[in-house]
Design a protein. Sequence first.
Length: 185
Amino acid sequence: MKGNSRRIGPVLALMALAGLLIAIPSGSAAAGGGGENVTIKATLAGNELFFKGPETVPASGKITIVSDTSSRMVGPHTFTLASPNVIPNSKGAFQKCFQKGRICRKVARAHEVDFQTGETGKPVIRKGKDGWDKAFSSDVIGDSFFAERKGDRLSQEVAVKPGRALNFFCAIHPEMHKRIQVTGG
């Protein structure tokens, strides 16, 4: 295993029970944007996990992803760019997300998660251009960030043209998903 491996053993047990997940609707985030840099937090309010952040980001800006939850309470998070058609969008899809051939399992493999030891060897996956631009699809590996602990963060530039949208979700909590529109910068 690589030197930058991280332990996620307790979460793997939770993932094994993915069929028992209770669907939690994704929360709406504060509207806004405007600045060159935006922050999106993986957060918890009551029993609802969601991504909180602006609805827009300028093409010339950066997106900073921050884990704002206790890994002991809810486990780690991923911020995974994905095509809208592969992002789970129902309780049934959430429950099947880690089955062979499904997107959550694909993300776990890309992060080099060892399902036996609970370690991940690749917390940051960068594909395509430098920055946020490449989405996972049924046959493509995209950009993703694995945040194990509260306070883990990653900042990257937006690498797509204005008018496009970045769709993302958490592969560990697939009910967490959001879309951010890229505006002129």
